[in-house]
Design a protein around this ligand. Structure first.
Ligand SMILES: Cc1ncc(COP(=O)(O)O)c(C=O)c1O
Length: 367
């Protein structure tokens, strides 16, 4: 391969430039401007939620979600260990303790069957994080939350446009979050969204993202807020991206189909599931797991990098993160997540990929 093939590339070939030009021509470049409302309404509609509150990134969305549903000191939140650190950081920063669940070896999502034994009087919420294109099995999770009166936070960052049993991701539980980082199905460069139905929670999110300015006396602030605002420039890109979401999802599915086709019969890897009983994979990224003990993800990544192919390792589990480790869960306790973190990597999955390049990547892997 002559040029380096990046692991991800956004497609900005729609109305992105036109809408950005509109922002510049009209001077609406801050967080006040018409594209913000357009994007919020469009995403609320997509996710079947009453309110969508734009924020500066997906990690900020999680911080807000955890805060507004009332998680605080002494609480425990049950969540996957196999996820991005943003999920655990939001919980830890709120003064609460993450309690980790191992991953399912096939879907790589949290094992919903492992949640119930972890519940005690301190448990306040369950955080469901959809991983790599397949969703968490939400029905049994929601049943558990109902039985024990627990809040549910849904992190749908990686599955914008995906459905669980025909219902849109981003519509489950008390509150949901999205990310619009450039590798997501909708990008705004940097950006995110909080989704809720409850009017009060929505108002609180809006206030907290905007420094909690006073309602009567602007500079007498009501709470300790943040500046988590999205700019109209970012929202302009997001609106153009949202217009083409069906195409984007079709492209992701096509990438998934082609990788499966070109890696068929390859004995060295476990490939991602094509579907479960409740959803079809939309391949946010195409992850593979090395089956060869002596060749871990790093080994494959180095080989591929030497041939001009960009990859990423799977998430490193939260229970092993030095900065988060609280001594209560140690190595060996959540073995599936540890195994997939060691042997899992994902292949180029960007929207500009063509079959030729996928075929080349697979030929290198097969050889
Ligand atoms: C599942 C999940 N949640 C949250 C985030 C954080 O989003 P951001 O990078 O926009 O802060 C990511 C980022 O990739 C993610 O994959």
């Amino acid at each position: 391969m002559k040029t380096f093939l990046p692991v991800n590339e956004p497609d900005l070939s729609g109305n992105e430039k036109k809408y950005l030009q509109e922002c510049i021509d009209t001077g609406w470049i801050s967080s006040e401007g018409p594209f913000i409302e357009k994007l919020e309404n469009g995403i609320a509609n997509l996710c079947n939620r009453k309110h969508a509150i734009s924020v500066s990134n997906g990690s900020a969305a999680l911080e807000l979600a955890v805060q507004v549903i009332g998680i605080g000191k002494g609480d425990e939140v049950i969540m996957p260990t196999f996820t991005i650190i943003s999920c655990a950081l939001a919980v830890v920063r709120a003064g609460a303790t993450p309690v980790y669940v191992d991953a399912d070896p096939l879907t790589w999502n949290m094992k919903v069957g492992d949640i119930e034994p972890l519940i005690n009087e301190r448990t306040k919420a369950i955080m469901a994080v959809h991983i790599y294109g397949i969703t968490v099995d939400m029905d049994p999770l929601l049943e558990i939350s109902k039985k024990y009166k627990l809040k549910v936070i849904e992190d749908a960052a990686e599955v914008i446009g995906q459905t669980y049993k025909d219902l849109p991701c981003g519509s489950f539980g008390d509150i949901s979050t999205l990310s619009f980082y450039p590798n997501k199905h909708i990008t705004t460069g940097e950006g995110g969204m909080v989704l809720v139905n409850d009017d009060e929670l929505a108002e609180r999110c809006k206030s907290l993202r905007n420094l909690c300015f006073g309602k009567t006396d602007r500079f007498v602030h009501e709470e300790l807020g943040w500046n988590f605002r999205m700019s109209n420039l970012q929202a302009a890109v997001g609106v153009a991206q949202l217009e083409r979401l069906p195409e984007t999802l079709e492209k992701k599915r096509e990438i998934g189909r082609l990788y499966h086709q070109h890696l068929e019969g390859c004995e060295s890897f476990t490939l991602p599931l094509v579907q479960t009983t409740y959803c079809e994979n939309i391949y946010w990224v195409f992850g593979i797991i090395s089956k060869i003990k002596s060749k871990d993800a790093r080994w494959w990544m180095n080989k591929l990098a030497a041939q001009g192919i960009g990859t990423r390792p799977f998430f490193y589990p939260m229970h092993l993160q030095p900065t988060l480790h609280n001594g209560s869960q140690t190595k060996g306790k959540l073995p599936i997540s540890e195994m997939i973190a060691c042997y899992g990597l994902y292949l180029p999955s960007g929207l500009t990929l063509c079959e030729d390049r996928i075929s080349t990547v697979c030929k290198k892997l097969n050889s």
